[in-house]
Design a protein around this ligand. Structure first.
Ligand code: DAH
Length: 344
């Protein structure tokens, strides 16, 4: 039995010295030292021996077990260190690698142009109408009726305005002018507001026209407001937006909700008034519509036109951005081309 034990020990010691990894050691431990291992098989037979032999063989078996445990443990530590080092090598962080690039967002040029125009009018004492007060889905009442636009006016045609299926009188607003009515129905003069937002028109899309775009509406109603005030405010706006050296002109025009009405031009940005393709040879670019609020509109909202007067104006934001930044196609604003958007 003693020889048997020594044989097992020398086999186990040989196995341990040949082991190449922690998992080899685990297998060796299972083979020799587990409950079903070779040593236990021998220990089971101890009970058949004499007391003296039991003591001798038992002691020997214990000594051998301890020796094997010790060398397994030593080997285990050795392999553990090797494997750990290997892992540390493989997983080492290379601090010289370039970082991950996270692209930075930008303000959309329509948003920044809107912000710029809004802050100019704020500096002139206008306040901003909350968009919730003047929605994009609108009734004909606000978009047309109360703005003195006749029932048979061509702007009401489905060729121009998008009608919804919500109800026969519900449209996508074709202009921000309805904001004037919302404000005047809620608020008594003095009124000095602007209202930026999106409008929709049933257009064939091309470089100059899109079927949605953005406008800013303005309204100033108080006692003794004159056309001179209109000119003063709009000239000041143009001076602040385009720079002081840009000449302007006011041309007589027509809008159903203003009387008299005007269109305002600035000298062509591209040719400085000489005449070019952008200004169709005229030397001038139209940038906004304006006028004195029609007495019918004031009456409609319960403001006495004998006591109060006012002016209104509306301008296209895309157009103002295109002129300022020399952009020649309105579609560029909306087709999500980052090469374009990154420039602003
Ligand atoms: N709503 C007009 C348009 O869409 C622009 C406009 C013209 C607005 C004259 C006004 C105004 O408030 O007085 O073309």
């Amino acid at each position: 039995m003693k020889e048997q034990l020594e044989k097992i020990y020398s086999n186990a010691a040989a196995d341990i010295s040949k082991a190449a990894s922690i998992s080899d050691l685990d297998q060796i431990r299972a083979k020799y030292l587990s409950r079903k291992g070779e040593f236990n098989e021998i220990k089971k037979n101890l009970k058949n021996l004499s007391d003296e032999d039991k003591r001798v063989i038992g002691t020997l078996a214990n000594e051998i077990t301890v020796k094997l445990e010790t060398s397994l443990k030593e080997k285990h530590e050795e392999f553990y260190k090797i494997e750990l080092n290997k892992k540390l090598q493989q997983e080492r962080i290379d601090i010289t690698l370039p970082g991950k690039f996270i692209p930075r967002g930008k303000i959309h040029p329509i948003t920044s142009t809107t912000n710029e125009i809004v802050s100019i009018f704020q500096s002139l004492g206008f306040s901003v109408v909350e968009s919730a007060q003047s929605p994009e889905v609108e009734t004909e009442y606000f978009n047309f009726d109360m703005l003195n636009i006749p029932k048979d006016h061509p702007a009401r045609d489905v060729q121009d305005t998008f009608y919804t299926k919500l109800a026969s009188n519900v449209v996508l607003r074709s202009q921000t002018s309805g904001a004037q009515i919302h404000v005047m129905e809620e608020q008594k003069p003095p009124i000095r507001v602007i209202s930026p937002g999106r409008v929709y028109r049933n257009e064939n899309i091309n470089a100059r026209k899109n079927n949605f775009f953005h406008q800013i509406e303005g309204l100033y109603v108080d006692k003794n407001i004159t056309f001179g005030d209109l000119k003063g405010v709009l000239n000041e706006f143009i001076r602040l937006y385009f720079g002081s050296s840009r000449p302007t002109r006011f041309r007589s025009s027509f809008f159903p909700f203003t009387e008299p009405s005007a269109e305002v031009d600035v000298q062509c940005i591209m040719c400085q008034g000489k005449g070019c393709r952008t200004c169709s040879g005229t030397g001038w670019l139209e940038i906004l519509g304006a006028g004195m609020v029609d007495p019918n509109v004031l009456k409609g909202v319960g403001i006495d036109p004998e006591v109060y007067s006012g002016f209104a104006f509306g301008m296209g934001i895309e157009r103002l951005a295109m002129l300022k930044y020399a952009i020649d196609d309105i579609r560029l604003f909306f087709n999500d081309d980052l090469r374009f958007l990154k420039q602003f």
